[in-house]
Write a protein that binds this ligand. Structure first.
Ligand SMILES: Nc1ncnc2c1ncn2[C@@H]1O[C@H](COP(=O)(O)OP(=O)(O)OP(=O)(O)O)[C@@H](O)[C@H]1O
Ligand SMILES: [Mg+2]
Length: 238
């Protein structure tokens, strides 16, 4: 069992607020690692720190044992970290295929290779029929698939998903689970942030629980949901 992603005592403050307080994680190659916690517990901030979108105040981030704490976001993408955002970050007035191809071009340089990878990613995420559409015309589910295609196109070692099931119908959530499982079986490690536990319980090998910037529990999902501290955080009862 070798570590692909490590967070060592990561601390991030926003003014007087400590959004992450000495959070340490070790994500193992090939696993699906879940991060749960109530609103404002620091989940998105942790993903932002891992991708380099925001700078941490203290601690280190390691990818395959290499210290990437000081690398810029695009340098981290090139090393194999890809990210799905909470909410939409696509270009709404560029066609679906260009939204994917622009990511591919920034990674591969070679336009032909970028186009080939784009077609592949659109096919895998079921978006070929909508390739020429504008994202503003897509359903929420298809938009999520566009985000997924933008991750796939970079051929990531590790994919970070921020609330991938939010707003999906049960059937759509099943399709999302299927896609995550498929790429996991092809070797992609996943870190999935979710507010709700329902879907993570089914796919995560391990989950960490954040509360007010502190990791309060970590382990197998079935054990974590029985943890009294976790129950208290979620239900306000012990
Ligand atoms: N750029 C920022 N500037 C100031 N405060 C911030 C910033 N980003 C996040 N915060 C604060 O840091 C804390 C953690 O926020 P974060 O978005 O990481 O929570 P979260 O666990 O992702 O919540 P949610 O479940 O609502 O998505 C919150 O109190 C939030 O208000
Ligand atoms: Mg969040």
């Amino acid at each position: 069992m070798s570590e692909i992603l490590g967070c060592e005592k990561v601390t991030k403050r926003f003014g007087g607020l400590t959004a992450l307080n000495e959070v340490s994680l070790s994500v193992v190659k090939g696993e699906i690692f879940g991060i749960i916690g109530p609103n404002g517990s620091g989940k998105t901030t942790l993903l932002n720190v891992i991708t380099g979108l925001i700078r941490l105040d203290e601690g280190r981030i390691l990818l395959d044992g290499r210290d990437i704490t000081k690398l810029k976001p695009h340098e981290r993408v090139k090393l194999g970290i890809a990210r799905m955002f909470q909410g939409m970050r696509v270009f709404p007035y560029l066609p679906v295929y260009l939204n994917v191809e622009l990511v591919a071009r920034s990674i591969y340089g070679d336009v032909r290779l970028a186009r080939a990878r784009t077609s592949w990613a659109l096919t895998m995420s079921g978006l070929l029929p909508e390739a020429g559409e504008l994202p503003i015309r897509l359903t929420p589910y298809k938009l999520r698939m566009l985000e997924f295609a933008r991750i796939l196109v970079s051929n990531p070692k590790i994919a970070l998903l921020d609330e991938p099931f939010a707003g999906l119908t049960p059937d759509e959530a099943e399709a999302m689970i299927g896609l995550i499982r498929k790429f996991n079986s092809l070797g992609v490690t996943f870190v999935i942030v979710e507010h709700k536990l329902r879907y993570l319980m089914r796919i995560a090998n391990r989950v960490a629980v954040l509360n007010q910037g502190v990791k309060i529990a970590e382990g197998r999902p079935e054990d974590v949901v029985r943890n009294p501290q976790v129950i208290e955080v979620y239900l306000g009862v012990s």
